[in-house]
Design a protein around this ligand. Structure first.
Ligand SMILES: Nc1ncnc2c1ncn2[C@@H]1O[C@H](COP(=O)(O)OP(=O)(O)OP(=O)(O)O)[C@@H](O)[C@H]1O
Length: 505
């Protein structure tokens, strides 16, 4: 590899009392795929926001191609050759892929290029596309595209500017299926072959070995390790241990004793929703964690929301403690003792502008109101403090707006809200997306504790998560449920059931 394309030295950043970055040193070679690792709140996003001009460092230096640079805005970073694809790229769904690329071009580079030459850009998009492994029809509206196609459009938008040398991808695989992830990796390999260096944030540690050349580990705002993947492989170092600064054992709690399985708290019988799922039946018991595995399009998400009254079923029955119920709204489901931890916490789980003291009690205002003397604020505060400690919220500031927390810590606030609700039935949808490995172990442990008094259902498109945490599993494939032929699914059978619908009833 040649001279580094990017060198950051001694970079510091503070948010009020929080030292988000401490003397970070970092370097990147041309064509290097470099993973940025660290637990939630370690400082990864802050660092890439500084590299992409979205935030300004307090001190330190950044050199691109040997020259000192100072970014006051994202345009400065783009001009210096650094492009960024955010975790949730802001594309316009009812515009075509091509128009979205131009739109990015217009906003990012009007000042750089002056007039926009659409024909040249179209030719450039074609040229870029010709080298992409993933066939993608750019005339299609973005809203109609698959997740990996949207990611590809966002990447094209980012690199369509002349002179891009560094591409930053913030958790690009968090919404992709395994197959789509392979497509994205093929795409990244092509960019690498063109000499573009890629900084890549992920919480999926196996991905580091699949795609990266090297990685850095952030802990407590400092960069505590930098290593090549070959070095890590030969030394057998544990990435999770490096991230946490301590040894991590098995992240999944012990399975429940089948004899300890308690009463049926929730039963669904022949539940159907048009364009969602068909004739789904299962029981969920106190004393066990039931896993529901399904890929995107399986109907899992729709099923969870339907049970929670967001989009009530067209047919079938829901029984709670053996009694049929009709839940037409989430408020009715909450009152009936069901709590849903939704998949998309940004739009469904949290009021982002409000702090934890507001968000956590939202699902159980009766408890928060605390009887005839109205709000008992001291009690409320100490309850919320206990719950946010239980989920390991970091930093443990109750008065910070949810938007001021890292993504994984926002998920922990939603979990604390669920615990405060004191429900009998918990449905967790994709509970650990964006959550680091240490916090994942804590969350799985919490689920196990909850299952002692409640029925816990974990809905996830991560087969290892469902198989690891659940005592009993079923799969959903194209809206129909699949049960194991002989008692329990092995991990591979569960995966096959989710992908192929094998053993469909
Ligand atoms: N705008 C902000 N205001 C106040 N504190 C912030 C802000 N942004 C980040 N922080 C704090 O800075 C620290 C680093 O956060 P950062 O988002 O960089 O972590 P991260 O490693 O990207 O985490 P995650 O994996 O959860 O995305 C955290 O303690 C976070 O709460």
């Amino acid at each position: 590899m040649g001279a580094p394309v990017l060198i950051a030295s001694d970079v510091c950043k503070r948010f009020g009392p929080v030292q988000a970055l401490r003397n970070v040193d970092f370097r990147l070679e041309p064509g290097e795929v470099h993973a940025l690792l660290g637990i939630n709140g370690a400082g990864k996003s802050t660092f890439i926001k500084i590299l992409s001009g979205a935030l300004q460092k307090d001190s330190g230096t950044i050199r691109i191609g040997g020259e000192d640079v100072h970014f006051r805005a994202p345009e400065d970073a783009i001009r210096a050759g650094i492009a960024t694809v955010q975790q949730h790229p802001e594309l316009v769904p009812d515009m075509s892929g091509l128009d979205n690329i131009f739109l990015g071009r217009e906003t990012a580079s009007r000042s750089l290029m002056g007039r926009i030459d659409r024909e040249a850009l179209e030719a450039r998009a074609d040229a870029l596309l010709a080298r992409f492994a993933v066939p993608i029809d750019l005339s299609q509206e973005v809203g109609q595209m698959s997740a990996v196609e949207r990611e590809a459009v966002a990447i094209l938008q980012a690199i369509a500017v002349d002179g891009i040398r560094v591409l930053i991808l913030d958790e690009p695989t968090s919404t992709l299926t395994d197959v789509e992830r392979e497509d994205l990796f093929a795409l990244m390999n092509q960019l690498r072959a063109q000499g573009i260096a890629i900084i890549y944030i992920t919480h999926q540690l196996e991905e580091v070995f699949a795609i990266a050349d090297s990685f850095s580990v952030f802990r407590g705002g400092a960069c505590v390790a930098r290593m090549s993947v070959d070095e890590a492989r030969s030394s057998g170092v544990s990435l999770a241990d490096l991230m946490l600064g301590e040894a991590v054992g098995d992240i999944f709690p012990k399975k429940a004793d089948p004899d300890a399985r308690g009463d049926v708290f929730l039963e669904v019988r022949d539940l159907s929703l048009t364009h969602g799922f068909e004739n789904v039946s299962f029981t969920a018991h106190r004393g066990e964690i039931l896993g529901l595995f399904g890929l995107v399009g399986s109907g899992c998400d729709e099923l969870a929301k339907s049970i929670f009254g967001v989009d009530p079923p067209d047919q079938g029955e829901i029984l709670i403690h053996g009694r049929p119920v009709s839940l037409r709204k989430p408020r009715e489901a909450l009152d009936a003792g069901i709590f849903l931890v939704p998949g998309d916490r940004r739009t469904e789980g949290l009021a982002l502008s409000r702090h934890s003291l507001f968000n956590v009690p939202m699902a159980n205002l009766r408890r928060a109101a605390g009887g005839r003397w109205g709000l008992k604020s001291r009690q409320l505060r100490s309850d919320i403090q206990r719950l946010t400690d239980q989920v390991a919220l970091h930093p443990p500031h109750l008065n910070t707006p949810a938007s001021g927390f890292s993504g994984g810590n926002q998920q922990k606030i939603v979990l604390a809200k669920g615990l405060y609700s004191e429900a009998d039935i918990y449905i967790f949808v994709e509970p650990t997306v964006g959550v680091d490995i240490g916090a994942r172990a804590k969350i799985y442990g919490l689920m196990r504790d909850l299952s002692e008094r409640a029925a816990v259902i974990v809905v996830s498109s991560d087969c290892d998560e469902v198989h690891g945490v659940a005592d009993r599993t079923i799969a959903l494939h194209k809206g129909r449920h699949v049960e194991p032929e002989s008692g329990v699914f092995s991990r591979d059978d569960l995966l096959m059931a989710g992908i192929m619908g094998k053993g469909s009833l």
